[in-house]
Design a protein around this ligand. Structure first.
Ligand code: URA
Length: 305
């Protein structure tokens, strides 16, 4: 059976990917045009972010040793084409869990060094108004660069724009975006306080996952955005951004909630809000992760009225 042509199989693969059970394969052919769902559409109705979830009392920061005690080179973005041999190494901890991340011997990239006098405007200009560096340009309406405070202490990184984001040229404005806004507000912040962007700046058609070549082409702009903003904390929303920035093919559930060093920032991965819309029971885990970020940034949770 060609699962890429079967919406149910595709949905299952995406679900498995979010659970960290993948990857089963990397270069995913486009979905059939008949599949109607977008990132926003596939989610269940909006639900408020549950502050009463099983929150941790400990908001202790579990500073992990990353990849053998050195920072991940953010320029080393992209996925391994060799799933059989994990790439990065080093032990890190989540609460009570000790995991080994695989080795990381990618060749040096252009973006290991920071670009002098770089700015968000310059990055936007470099991308250009009609970027056609990858095949995502063919179906997009707008390039979705990123939005928020250019000096934010906290940056959220998603995978790629969905339908609503493509139309409005702003990340996380659909149903998953509304949940992200609630999460941000639950942390005692407002949306304009943080910066929000994606790994790929153009919508993958039919809401498929961004493909390896698209991520390789577009993620250097993400790395530059992060270098310019210099946040204290980067929160990866879902497996795509976590795998890209951590340069791993391992599933997010292996390292969700653990701290990593990333080019001078602390990086943490948590589940994607679209996943939470389909699996509200996972909100408690995400709230624990957000509490860790709050502890690191000295934020107080929103008081209930
Ligand atoms: N999902 C993402 O990963 N990014 C968006 O901007 C919207 C939905």
């Amino acid at each position: 059976m060609d699962s890429s042509r079967n919406p149910k199989s595709e949905a299952w693969l995406r679900y498995a990917h979010e659970l960290g059970l993948g990857p089963f394969h990397l270069d995913r052919p486009p979905r059939s045009a008949s599949e109607p769902e977008t990132a926003a559409q596939r989610s269940s109705p909006p639900v408020s972010f549950d502050l009463q979830g099983p929150a941790t009392s400990s908001s202790s920061v579990l500073a992990s040793s990353i990849l053998g005690g050195r920072s991940l080179p953010g320029g080393q973005v992209g996925f391994s084409s060799d799933h059989a041999s994990p790439r990065s190494s080093g032990v890190f901890t989540t609460e009570g869990i000790s995991q080994r991340v695989s080795p990381n011997p990618l060749p040096p990239s252009l973006f290991e060094e920071r670009i002098e006098n770089d700015s968000l405007e310059r990055i936007r200009t470099d991308i250009g108004p009609s970027c056609n560096r990858c095949k995502l340009h063919k179906a997009r309406t707008n390039i979705v660069f990123g939005v928020g405070n250019p000096k934010a202490e906290l940056v959220f990184v998603g995978e790629g724009p969905g339908h609503d984001e493509d139309v409005q040229a702003e990340p996380f404005v659909g149903r998953a975006g509304k949940l992200l806004t609630q999460m941000i507000e639950a942390m005692g912040l407002r949306r304009p306080d943080v910066y929000i962007c994606n790994v790929v700046k153009c919508r993958p058609p039919e809401n498929r996952l961004p493909e390896k070549d698209e991520i390789t082409t577009c993620s250097p702009y993400l790395v530059r955005q992060l270098d310019v903003i210099k946040p204290k904390v980067i929160c990866c929303l879902g497996a795509c951004s976590a795998q890209t920035l951590l340069n791993t093919t391992q599933g997010i559930s292996r390292y969700r909630g653990a701290w990593f060093d990333y080019r001078g920032a602390k990086l943490i991965a948590t589940y994607h809000p679209a996943y939470l819309l389909r699996n509200p029971a996972a909100k408690g885990e995400v709230w624990k992760d957000l509490q860790k970020i709050m502890a690191l940034l000295g934020l107080q949770p929103l008081k209930k009225k």
